[in-house]
Unconditional design. Structure first.
Length: 209
């Protein structure tokens, strides 16, 4: 299965969510490869850090740019799960990856700057489905404030109702320090001592796999 994490804006926790999904799959004993298609190389650096700890279950990784379609199809024949981290912009990697992926997860913060990118992204999704009609697309709210008084979550849900090509997931990823702490250790939050963050990733896993 090919699952791509992609958006038209950086800073939304895209790479962080992708590597956390990889860590959770590896912990379950799954054969997973992470495709870093973002030239910032956040995901690849995470795997490098992870490889320094032999006690952590293996996550394979390759870096691939430009047209990634054929690479994803090939990897899908060799691994149980192919997780793709595409650049946070309208890129060739994002567009070609959509033509091969089974699922596209669109991380976004509940902020106007992130929400304003969804209109253009929906147009790209429509075009990709001309080549890949089975592509499932889900919106994932990330970096959500844990303060229940803040209504950003509800306002974002109302906004997403106008984008039928992007099905909003009920699961959310909250703004938690542990996500930042785990990254340089090459770990996922399921491998840290933080039940709330781990439950967020586990809930996401149950939904998308």
């Amino acid at each position: 299965m090919i699952v791509m994490f992609g958006s038209r804006k950086g800073g939304c926790g895209k790479s962080t969510t992708a590597v956390n999904v990889c860590a959770a799959l590896a912990k379950q004993g799954k054969d997973v490869v992470l495709v870093d298609a973002d030239r910032q190389s956040t995901a690849a650096k995470w795997v490098t850090d992870r490889d320094e700890n032999p006690d952590l279950p293996k996550v394979h990784c390759i870096q691939k740019y430009d047209n990634i379609r054929d690479t994803l199809i090939d990897l899908n024949n060799r691994y149980e799960y192919v997780i793709v981290d595409a650049a946070g912009k309208d890129s060739r990697e994002l567009r070609t990856g959509m033509t091969a992926a089974h699922k596209l997860i669109v991380p976004f913060k509940p902020s106007n700057a992130d929400l304003d990118t969804l209109d253009d992204l929906q147009k790209i999704i429509v075009e990709a489905r001309d080549f890949n009609p089975g592509l499932e697309v889900h919106g994932l709210m990330t970096m959500v404030p844990t303060n229940p008084v803040i209504r950003e979550r509800e306002e974002a849900r109302e906004y997403l109702a106008d984008f039928p090509e992007i099905k909003l997931l009920a699961e959310v990823i909250c703004e938690r320090k542990v996500y930042r702490d785990a990254l340089p250790e090459g770990r996922g939050v399921v491998e840290m001592d933080n039940p709330k963050a781990a439950s967020e990733i586990n809930a996401l896993m149950q939904r998308i796999f």
